[in-house]
Design a protein around this ligand. Structure first.
Ligand code: PLP
Length: 385
């Protein structure tokens, strides 16, 4: 299988897998137990916290380990919004329409079930926000603004620090959250420098294990725990910790940060090759949905006219090439990409025909060439009408 779907998930780095096995074998006790076995597990969790913090420019105490990006997003959105409303009565929520469903659905549930006011902001054809869009919706009554750093479908990067600065002027007491799940190992990530209050991370997007993530919180940020029933993670997330997963995450993130520049250069070369060659693969018309600059170096999203992207991903899979239509989460549902729909509201054919190609550790030119070879027969097999 030629795997070109690293934004969906990545294979584990061998060193991260080693760490996971070592800690699961040698430090398997409950980190909250006060006997030496528990202390050994506690030592591993705290070691992992320090190591992850170092990889992302944070202080260890500001990291909360979670079960992944979805939980980090849910904890941030619900936990920050509820705490803000409790403190000041603020009930406004704002985010770009292109956020990941883990953010969007958490925001929508606050609107639907708890009476918060939600404003989803439009984006342009490159997936970018007009900063003045915030002016109409962000102000005194805003509880939370969420701005993703890198879009998982198109790779579009948002200037989070700039946008956060503008939001602080409009609503000094609003909490600001950033989903940076797709950033680790792909673009430089220094969480404190983003200028926000909370940053979501996930291990399995950077060659760590699935089911492990973290939420970075700026010191002093008010947040309500969403998972209760234990005082773990300084009362911010109840539940027995996962020392082996945390250790593997920290190892993966450290390696990803160290290898980032070399990887990024190679991915950019492969993406350039596909940009040059893909249009020749389909006479029906190919358009790129990933901007040429200001995007993740590993991601290339293209629309094939007259084709259903999900069917195309399926046909490519039958020919040994793994890629995605929209995101992996959306592709088992029935809706088309909400990200492409926000970018091209008047062009349903472009929205339907999107294919996401994403490179990762170990991706080669042979993988890219295998895609180019598999595309013409796959496209013929799924031509619409
Ligand atoms: N946020 C973004 C941008 C993602 O791409 C993903 C994963 O697809 C998530 C959140 C959810 O992360 P996880 O799969 O760790 O729950």
């Amino acid at each position: 299988m030629r795997y070109l779907d690293h934004n969906a998930t990545t294979p584990m780095h061998p060193a991260a897998l080693e760490e996971q096995l070592r800690v699961a074998r040698d430090a398997w006790a409950n980190p909250s137990s006060i006997h030496p076995a528990g202390e050994a597990a506690r030592t591993e969790i705290e070691r992992a916290r320090r190591k992850l913090a170092k990889a992302i420019g944070a202080r260890p105490d500001d990291l909360v380990f979670t079960s992944g990006g979805t939980e980090s997003d849910n904890l941030a959105v619900r936990g920050l919004a509820r705490a803000a409303r409790r403190a000041s009565g603020a009930d406004g929520l704002a985010a770009p329409a292109t956020e990941h469903p883990a953010v969007l659905d958490a925001l929508r549930s606050l609107e639907r079930d708890e009476g918060f006011r939600l404003a989803l902001l439009p984006v342009d054809a490159e997936g970018r926000l007009d900063p003045s869009g915030f002016e109409a919706v962000v102000g005194e009554g805003t509880a939370l603004v969420s701005i993703m750093a890198a879009n998982n479908e198109t790779g579009t990067l948002l200037p989070v620090d700039e946008l956060a600065g503008r939001i602080r002027q409009l609503a000094p007491s609003a909490a600001i959250h950033t989903d940076a799940v797709q950033c680790l190992g792909r673009v430089a990530l220094e969480v404190e420098a983003l200028g926000v209050d909370a940053v979501s991370l996930s291990a399995h997007k950077c060659n760590g294990p699935k089911g492990v993530g973290a939420l970075w919180l700026r010191p002093g940020t008010a947040i309500e725990a969403q998972q209760v029933g234990g005082s773990q993670e300084a009362g911010r997330r109840g539940g027995t910790e996962n020392p082996a997963g945390a250790a593997a995450f920290a190892e993966a993130a450290t390696r990803a940060a160290a290898d980032r520049e070399a990887h990024a250069a190679e991915w950019a070369r492969l993406a350039a090759l596909l940009r040059a060659e893909l249009p020749g693969a389909w006479a029906g018309g190919v358009e790129f949905n990933t901007p040429e600059s200001g995007a993740l170096p590993n991601t290339l999203n293209a629309s094939f006219r007259g084709v259903d992207g999900r069917r195309l991903a399926f046909e490519l899979g039958r020919r040994g090439v793994a890629a995605s239509a929209a995101s992996a989460c959306a592709s088992h549902g029935h809706s088309a990409s909400h990200v492409l729909a926000a970018m091209f509201p008047d062009d349903p054919e472009r929205v339907a025909g999107g294919l996401r190609i994403s490179f990762g550790r170990g991706s080669t030119e042979e993988d890219a060439r295998a895609l180019l070879e598999a595309l013409p027969p796959s496209l013929e097999a799924c031509r619409v009408g």
